[in-house]
Design a protein around this ligand. Structure first.
Ligand code: S3P
Length: 164
């Protein structure tokens, strides 16, 4: 398994899909697998059950995927918050951290309404807070880091393929 970690909007799904195509592997999106398991959108689940319950399901799903599947896995941006996930991902796959600045993410996500964590008055400062907390966790989980700032998606895919 090859796993992509990083903040929401860092390109895990977009880059992951192209990387999977290039390598001839299946593409797996952990958020999508979670939605199949819970039978509703993550946004609804967050509202109804709260973040902690969501993290429990996420931990089950990431554990199962790392044990049983192979392919290119795009993980949810908060998966690294649980040490069990950091451990499962690092030990069970080759992990790439797609590293983007909060400002870059804000430009990409400013009109996005699907991400519950960013439905706040000041999403940029939220992204800065998330970055501060999570950047060390992504680094700890990953085998290598790719900065997403300048390169195109296909250039990123080539850079990652060269380091696998
Ligand atoms: C989350 C990121 C989301 C999703 C959930 C929580 C987070 O995934 O798992 O809304 O805590 O950063 P993306 O990183 O794909 O947006």
């Amino acid at each position: 398994m090859i796993s992509l970690v990083g903040l929401p909007g860092s390109g895990k799904s977009t880059v992951g899909r192209q990387l999977a195509r290039r390598l001839g592997l299946p593409f797996i999106d952990s958020d999508h697998v979670i939605e199949q398991r819970i039978g509703c959108s993550i946004r609804e689940f967050f509202e109804r059950e709260g973040e902690a319950r969501f993290r429990d399901v996420e931990e089950e799903v990431i554990g199962d995927l790392c044990r049983r599947d192979s392919g290119v896995l795009a993980t949810g941006g908060g998966s690294v918050l649980r040490s069990a996930n950091r451990f499962a991902l690092h030990g069970g796959s080759r992990v790439v951290y797609l590293r983007s600045t909060p400002e870059e993410l804000f430009r990409r996500l400013r009109h996005d309404v699907s991400r519950p964590l960013l439905q706040v008055e000041d999403p940029l400062s939220r992204l800065r807070d998330l970055f501060e907390i999570r950047d060390p966790l992504y680094r700890e989980t990953a085998h290598f880091v790719v900065e997403t700032g300048r390169p195109s998606v296909s250039a990123l895919v080539k850079m990652i393929s060269a380091q696998l």
